[in-house]
Design a protein around this ligand. Sequence first.
Ligand code: TYD
Length: 421
Amino acid sequence: MWVLFDLDGTLTQSEEGIWNCARHTLREMGRPVPDDATLRKFIGPPLMWSFQNLADMTEEEALEAQVIYRKRYNTVGLFENRVYPGIRYALRCLRKAGFHLGIVTGKPEEPTLRILEHFGLAGFFESVICATDNKADKEEMIRKSLPEGYGEAWMVGDRKFDMEGGQRAGIHTLGVTYGYGSEEELTESGAERLARSPREIAEILCPEVSGVRGAFLSMEGPDGSGKGTQMRRLLDTLGRFGYEVIDTREPGGTPIGEKIRKILLDRENMGMTDETEALLYAASRAQLVREVIRPAVAEGKIVLCDRFVDSSAAYQGGGRQMGIERILGINAPAVDGTMPDLTVYLDIDHRKAMKRRCAVSEPDRMEMEAESFHARVEEGYHQLIAMDPERFAVVNAEGERDAIAKEVAQKVLAHLWETED
Ligand code: TYD
């Protein structure tokens, strides 16, 4: 069976790039920038039409506008784009079902291929048919996509052009309501089935497929390594790349875990013994593993956890000198074999981290520890990395935020793409 996808509005959400390019073009040409409602109308129709009808340009002016627009779009605009969350899951299910996948888009070939490459989607598709010379007849493109004797096929898209093209080409049609076309538009143009989310595409086309696993990622680093910022940046990137991400943290991440967290970080609890501390962290973890991590990964989602068992090994094992092996032993029943597929370690000298930390906020109970404690935490992390180098993506965290975020994203995406079946 073949499943053909439209790109904009079905796999990717492209308004950010389109709007930014339209704004940029109008500004460059000294024209007033229209309101958001007008800008919205730039999605879909050919550029020439939009500039003439939405920005009152003559044909000549619109030609000039098109050049300015394309210049920005082809370098910057096409990456100001998002893959709808859940698309990767749906594509993996369809592939697991043994379907052939293709793309049929009104976009020209060059930006299409670059978008697919950039977002790591190219490998899913056996055929990519794009508009040529501003001609984008969907029926024709659909016919071109399908090999002889293709059997059954579906066209999946968000606009009436996709539904009508599919029907004329004699294949099934599935409309997605999360794109740019309304449910009404899709039904009126004869959509056989409707999907309200990317997941539903897979539920409709291959309901029998299950067991497409997500991934468990953790991020680690000493206090002051900039982990909070990098967590947010990575979450944003994974969302843009079409992953459904559960963002969680340790200690905490569940209602019970958050109560344990309060006890652990309370500055009044200075009398807490090392063993109590280690067991409380493990208790919070046991709850998180069962309540959040395992179910989400089994559903094909990505769990991104701010700290995991490595923190216990580094802080309690190293910092408190309880020994890494002993801490891993205490944690064995808590994690029960559930370990991160990949752990990002933000590598920073503990003295530099301390400086950063003091500049930002009041220290909590753990952060108030002496420098020697934090030196042992850092050393603990390095031992853990040496014990299991394959699991860690070590990123130098002493540099500039944007560069660190980029390296983290590259390493994590490379890992995810390698393991996507
Ligand atoms: P948190 O506010 O999450 O710190 P950060 O933002 O730096 O991650 O506080 C968690 C503190 O608890 C942090 O100092 C590290 C410590 N910790 C342990 O000592 N052992 C553990 O197992 C975990 C998960 C955290």
